[in-house]
Design a protein around this ligand. Structure first.
Ligand SMILES: NC(=O)c1ccc[n+]([C@@H]2O[C@H](COP(=O)([O-])OP(=O)(O)OC[C@H]3O[C@@H](n4cnc5c(N)ncnc54)[C@H](OP(=O)(O)O)[C@@H]3O)[C@@H](O)[C@H]2O)c1
Length: 330
């Protein structure tokens, strides 16, 4: 039977997810969003399909979920579990599995242990599965190095470096990394939560550690602005010399004061697109790619995970429960 899918959040990422799910033959039965520019319009039109789908984007989530009874909700409205959890609870109440791009849901016990327990208990009681996934967290900084580590007989340290050209990313990505702001505007907006830059360094470190069985005793994360030395222009922003052209940040995991996991992100206008995974141990290896295209990759990860989530155990799970092929620590 083809799974019945509701998309919850039809922003740029939700649109890519919807299109990928539609093209892969899933039965899209409903769409939820609060943006007045989308509510009331046909989903096919909103995602630029070139034809209507006979599904109207609606803002009343409870009604959509009650009327359509989906098997799974593909959720992409926000990055912070404490803000999106009421939406996730609605989907659970409707008896649907939830697959979300919410970054902090990738390892929810780090920032929100109480909420994680609440959602886990509720999902178990309703016999549904909730999973946070995507390209990062969800692949580049965590699942990818975990899988690559399977070729080592001794693992001492994992370093992942991801560099991406922000000018190729969606408007909301360029906005959240502060393009065109002055350094002080960036610092203030970041501290007030008006922009987030990258969310999920710590979640990726903890997810990776859990897959390979490393018991970390400390995790840290940080990020700062990269300043333009010349004029840049993207489809959405103009960046003058002295203004923010992107961000650089990292997450680290430590055991006994030794850094055993380090994930680094450099996202700026004009940055090179690549990922590099360095595994130190026996044997040491370096793996490098020409760069994963983050937005379509997120949609692909979500859609490819649908069957896995539909058959997963009930409760709040992480990709650790689905990835079973890596180096292991006794
Ligand atoms: N894990 C990963 O690898 C990964 C990758 C890509 C993106 N993400 C995350 O996925 C999320 C979606 O990305 P995006 O770029 O599409 O974000 P976006 O541009 O903010 O779009 C989100 C959409 O959801 C709507 N929305 C917000 N709150 C809602 C609610 N309570 N009920 C229904 N709809 C609601 C928004 O409407 P308004 O605009 O009116 O608020 C908007 O249409 C972001 O948090 C992003 O950081 C994660």
């Amino acid at each position: 039977m083809v799974a019945r899918v509701v998309v919850y959040g039809v922003g740029p990422i939700g649109q890519l997810i919807t299109r990928a799910a539609f093209e892969r033959g899933f039965d899209i039965v409903g769409a939820i969003d609060v943006d007045p520019q989308k509510v009331g319009r046909d989903l096919g039109e909103v995602i630029g399909l070139g034809k209507t789908l006979g599904i109207r984007v609606e803002s009343d989530a409870d009604k959509v979920l009650r009327d359509t009874k989906p098997d799974i909700v593909l959720h992409s409205t926000g990055s912070f579990f404490d803000r999106v959890y009421p939406q996730i609870m609605k989907a659970i109440r409707a008896g649907a599995d939830v697959l979300s791009t919410c970054e902090t849901l990738a390892w929810p016990w780090y920032r929100y242990p109480d909420l994680a327990e609440l959602v886990d208990n509720y999902a178990r009681s309703r016999e549904v599965t909730v999973l946070g996934a995507g390209v990062n967290p969800g692949f580049v900084f965590d699942v990818l190095p975990a899988v690559l580590s399977v070729t080592l007989t001794r693992l001492d340290k994992i370093t992942v470096i991801r560099s991406l050209d922000a000018s190729k990313r969606r408007y909301s990505f360029q906005k959240k990394i502060g393009l065109g702001m002055t350094p002080s505007q960036f610092a203030e907006a970041l501290s007030k939560g008006e922009i987030t830059a990258h969310v999920g360094f710590a979640e990726s470190v903890l997810l990776l550690a859990s897959i390979i069985g490393l018991r970390l005793d400390r995790v840290e994360e940080s990020q700062e602005a990269l300043i333009a030395e010349r004029h840049y222009e993207t489809q959405y922003f103009k960046v003058e010399p002295g203004q923010v052209k992107g961000v650089v940040g990292h997450g680290s995991g430590f055991i006994g004061g030794r850094e055993v996991i380090r994930v680094e992100l450099r996202a700026c206008v004009g940055c090179e697109d690549f990922e590099e995974v360095r595994l130190e141990g026996e044997p040491s290896i370096t793996w490098r790619s020409t760069g994963t295209l983050g937005d379509p990759a997120t949609a692909a990860v979500i859609v490819n995970l649908i069957p896995r989530v539909l058959s997963a155990r009930p409760g709040l799970i992480t990709l650790k429960d689905l990835v079973n092929y890596s180096y292991f620590t006794l």
